[in-house]
Design a protein around this ligand. Structure first.
Ligand code: NAP
Length: 492
């Protein structure tokens, strides 16, 4: 595997020659590789290459750009297993989930490729005679993409493929916890034959690479996925030059379980939502809002099932929950456990690092459940981003929705009920970008919009045709073939 940046169609070390190390969080003694610790100089080179390539890439017909993305999709499918294994080794999610992450990239490639033959605009009947009017999408320029570590391939491709099919060129900075997955994606892009400079990859930290990207005047659109804290800072910086920026940020997602719900189904959903990807999904279920009539039984069954989850190296068959992404996450999650206890919630399962046997080789945290949580507690308000779920209770569907809405975030949500009327009201009243009925808070598909309201973002969406709006400008065209001056809106 390459362990360099990819700039202007060439693999290259950082100009300063510094590197950083990437280790397996399930086996901390295993070094995966060393990648360039790049800086503003490398960003400048990559942006210059992307700006040069934009001059010709924007003129390539969109269906032809789409054909290249079809080829990318085919090559990703051929290398799916290899990429998934590397992903599990570098960030810990269990192999079936890593395969799903790659599959999301494949699906996005084919979906965006198809857009090459659509990219529809509007044709209207103008109000004046002998006149035509239509709108078309145009690319913006160099797109800067900054991505988190929890979906190394899916999120990078959600941004990159719509950007490319619209005619932009791109610079990707992946999170420094996942340089290997991004590198394999670029090996595929190179093999697919994308022209030099159209796609560029610069490894390194948020401060040394991400920050200069945000500030660079030739990056015309910036798409960021990560924490709300960093997202707010980026929004302020972009505001200074009115740079277009799309922000997909944190969540504090809840699953509601009403008294008429299919409890077996709701239990499966809660386990998958709370502990899948070790709770490190932006859409993870970090709150369960249980109707009082079923709360005791549901809690007991949830705790029993969560206790039985098998922790371990995600490459091993039968492992349910992998490690957290790095050593620093263990004290960060443990701090929330302390906060929850101090606030008066009851810790009913887990609560600390898991260090038995082989687990001592990695960074594992026990599946953790708090009950007797009240809506104002910090563990019910703040994103923990680990295998921790807070259980709250409610007396009605309306109260459940009120609790669900009572945070600063609004990404994903879920309600389990057999009552269509209650479900419909919840769909209407929940403040979130995504609502699942009788399904967990996780499980997005690539052809529908993805994103959230309130402090989860700034109004943009990824995936589906909504992603095209981030990476294109509308141009409106009027053609007057009357041969005389016609004045719109002026009485004649
Ligand atoms: P993060 O710390 O905000 O980092 C995200 C990316 O931004 C990384 O590539 C990081 O680089 C970079 N970065 C850090 N500081 C920066 C700065 N000052 N300027 C520019 N870039 C900077 O988030 P994370 O820990 O990777 O990811 C977890 C967060 O992402 C959670 O809050 C989760 O909810 C959110 N998330 C949201 C969605 C969504 O679609 N809404 C999806 C997935 C994750 P380095 O890490 O290399 O320093």
């Amino acid at each position: 595997m390459q362990t360099r940046n990819f700039i202007d169609g060439q693999w290259a070390d950082s100009h300063a020659g510094r590197t950083f190390e990437n280790r397996n969080p399930a086996r901390h003694d295993e070094v995966i590789g060393r990648w360039p610790a790049s800086d503003a100089g490398d960003v400048a080179r990559a942006v210059a290459a992307a700006a040069r390539a934009f001059r010709s890439w924007r003129l390539v017909p969109a269906p032809k750009r789409g054909e290249l993305l079809f080829q990318v999709g085919r090559l990703l499918a051929e290398r799916k297993e290899e990429i998934a294994r590397v992903m599990t080794r570098e960030m810990g999610k269990v192999l079936p989930e890593a395969r799903g992450d790659v599959q999301e990239g494949i699906d996005t490639a084919f979906y965006a490729a198809g857009e090459g033959r659509r990219l529809f605009g509007q044709t209207v009947q103008p109000e004046l005679p002998n006149k035509a009017g239509y709108s078309l999408r145009q690319p913006i320029g160099v797109a800067g993409l900054i991505t988190p570590w929890n979906f190394p391939l899916a999120i990078a491709t959600w941004k990159m493929f719509p950007a490319l099919v619209c005619g932009n060129t791109v610079l990707l900075k992946p999170a420094s916890d996942v340089p290997a997955s991004a590198t394999l994606l670029f090996e595929v892009l190179e093999a697919a034959g994308l022209p030099p400079g159209v796609v560029n990859l610069v490894h390194g930290s948020g401060s040394q690479v991400g920050d200069p990207m945000v500030a660079h005047p030739d990056i015309k659109v910036l798409s960021f996925t990560g924490s709300t804290e960093v997202g707010k800072r980026i929004a302020q910086q972009c505001g200074g030059t009115l740079k277009r920026c799309s922000l997909e940020l944190g969540g504090k997602n809840a699953q509601i379980v009403l008294d008429d719900a299919d409890l077996d189904l709701a239990l499966e959903g809660a386990l998958w939502g709370a502990f899948g990807t070790t709770g490190q999904r932006c859409t993870a279920t970090s709150r369960l809002i249980l109707h009082r009539k079923i709360a005791a039984e549901f809690t007991e069954r949830l705790v029993a099932r969560a206790r039985a989850l098998r922790l371990g190296d995600g490459l091993e068959a039968g492992v349910d929950v992998g490690p957290v992404v790095n050593a620093g996450r263990i004290p960060a999650i443990a701090e929330y456990v302390e906060i929850g206890q101090r606030e008066g919630a009851r810790l009913v399962l887990g609560g600390g690092a898991a260090r038995d046997g082989e687990l001592a080789r990695g960074h594992f945290f026990q599946p953790t459940v708090f009950d007797r949580v009240t809506p104002g507690m910090r563990i019910a308000q703040e994103e923990i981003f680990g295998p921790v779920v807070a259980l709250l209770t409610c007396g009605s569907a309306d109260e459940a929705v009120e609790i669900l809405n009572g945070t600063l975030y609004g990404l994903s949500s879920s309600i389990y009920t057999r009552d269509l009327n209650r479900a419909q009201k919840a769909i209407r009243d929940i403040e979130a970008g995504i609502v699942y009925v009788n399904g967990p808070t996780i499980g997005a598909e690539v052809h529908l919009p993805f994103g959230g309201v309130k402090e989860t973002g700034n109004g943009h969406r990824e995936a589906g045709t909504a992603a095209l709006d981030v990476f294109s400008e509308w141009k409106t065209v009027y053609i007057d073939y009357s041969g005389k001056l016609q004045k719109a809106q002026i009485d004649s």
